[in-house]
Design a protein around this ligand. Structure first.
Ligand SMILES: [Zn+2]
Length: 432
């Protein structure tokens, strides 16, 4: 019995010694000293520099970051942190002039700063971020108040260039651009090139300004200029404002845009084309269809195809709710079967190209939701898909010298942007 006991003691001592030497050798004295020192330093730093989040000292609080769930309201968020219904009601009232609490949207970030007393959380403040550029602070303790803070935004000039391999989208993203930039470039060149098709070997340069917050890009401010080499033909684009908003112009000062949108609606498919004769699905007889039908879900926005004056905004038995625009002495367009006409659209009102005029529906004689788009040229209905659309206004005489000077400045900048090393195979494919 005794022998066994002593053996256990010896083993225990041995393992202790082993453990001790191991521990000891793993940490040298120098390191040990360093650790003690840094520990005290970090404590000092903590004391002089409190942690500040959204302008609030949060050292003695718990901080929880989450994103708004579907159908979640400010009440749902705050009740979980033991804020009373009464306080929430009061808070919503106080917030009224600053931020409408009903506008809290899914997937947006929010932060709750709270105290954890006896494991019962009690919110001190809620911070909601509607976009990367600003945040709303709801102070819940002491005096209840709400304010919006804007983060400082820096505007930085940026350039992206690339050689298209599969799509403009992929190439711009690969070079550090965003989907927003892709949309802007595709819209800008939309009349020259159909970017839904692939043009391997095509090259582009885009010069633009970007909004950044704390060094992080949050959006495109504006495009300054661009160059596109499409099947070896260069397309220059210079952003210029000649008094009626920014437009894009080419080498000669001609607008890149046409006087009419290619499509006045984002459609899912063309359900019926312009034809002199077709079988009408509702009337069950052959009839001419003097418009183009764009199938799209009910409520899809419809835009004015060009600048003009509203001549009609009515409900009619067959055409349903419809709007007609006179663009000039030559052209008029009409939009049929609207679910609703946009607010304020009335005869006599001036509209700009791309302005919202109504929403897709199936009012009047229609089987499903679609836009029937009609196009008049010199008083006769023509096929909007085939008519040769006139270009938008070029640079006016008065602005020409200014434009030319600005154009040289933009071109000089564009010339300094290099195209990335091009892949020979891609170039070969592009020449085929
Ligand atoms: Zn139609």
């Amino acid at each position: 019995m005794r022998k066994i006991f002593s053996a256990v003691v010896v083993l225990a001592v041995m393992s202790l010694a082993y453990f001790y030497t191991f521990e000891y050798s793993a940490l040298s004295v120098v390191e040990l000293k360093k650790e003690v020192k840094s520990d005290s330093i970090s404590k000092e730093v903590l004391q002089v520099a409190p942690t500040i989040l959204y302008g609030i000292v949060v050292d003695s609080f718990q901080v929880e970051e989450r994103s708004v769930q579907r159908n979640q309201s400010i009440s749902d968020i705050l009740l979980a942190y033991n804020v009373s219904h009464q306080t929430i009601y009061h808070l919503a009232n106080v917030a009224k002039n600053v931020f409408d609490v009903r506008k809290i949207a899914p997937n947006k970030k929010y932060t709750v700063i709270y105290q954890d007393e006896d494991s019962l959380p009690s919110a001190t403040a809620l911070v909601y971020e509607p976009n990367p550029e600003e945040y709303v602070v709801f102070n819940l303790k002491d005096s209840i108040n709400v304010y919006v803070e804007k983060r400082p935004v820096e505007i930085k000039e940026k350039a992206i260039s690339g050689t298209i391999q599969s799509s403009l989208y992929e190439e711009i993203l690969k070079n550090g651009g965003t989907p927003e930039l892709v949309d802007l470039v595709a819209d800008m060149y939309g009349w020259q090139i159909d970017f839904t098709k692939i043009y391997p070997g095509d090259q582009f340069k885009v010069l633009f300004t970007e909004r950044t917050i704390e060094g992080k890009a949050v959006g495109v401010e504006e495009i300054i200029g661009a160059e596109l080499i499409h099947y070896n033909n260069p397309f220059l684009s210079v952003a210029f404002d000649q008094g009626d908003g920014v437009d894009y112009f080419d080498e000669e000062g001609k607008s890149l845009r046409k006087a009419f949108l290619r499509y006045p609606v984002k459609f899912t498919r063309i359900s019926s084309r312009y034809t002199a004769k077709r079988f009408h699905p509702v009337q069950k007889r052959y009839k001419a269809h003097l418009g183009t039908d764009y199938a799209a879900p009910t409520g899809t926005p419809i835009y004015a195809a060009g600048d003009g004056v509203i001549t009609k905004a009515v409900y009619e038995k067959f055409n349903g709710r419809n709007v007609k625009i006179r663009h000039n002495s030559t052209y008029s367009t009409q939009y049929l079967h609207m679910n609703g006409i946009a607010k304020g659209i009335k005869p006599g009102m001036k509209v700009k190209q791309g302005q919202l005029i109504g929403y897709v529906g199936k009012t009047g004689l229609a089987t499903g939701p679609h836009l029937c788009y009609r196009f008049w040229k010199n008083g006769r209905q023509v096929d909007a898909m085939k008519v040769d659309l006139p270009p938008s206004e070029p640079i006016k005489e008065d602005y020409l010298s200014n434009f030319n000077r600005y154009k040289s400045f933009v071109k000089e900048k564009l010339d300094k942007i290099a195209y990335p090393e091009s892949d020979e195979e891609v170039l070969m494919a592009g020449m085929q």
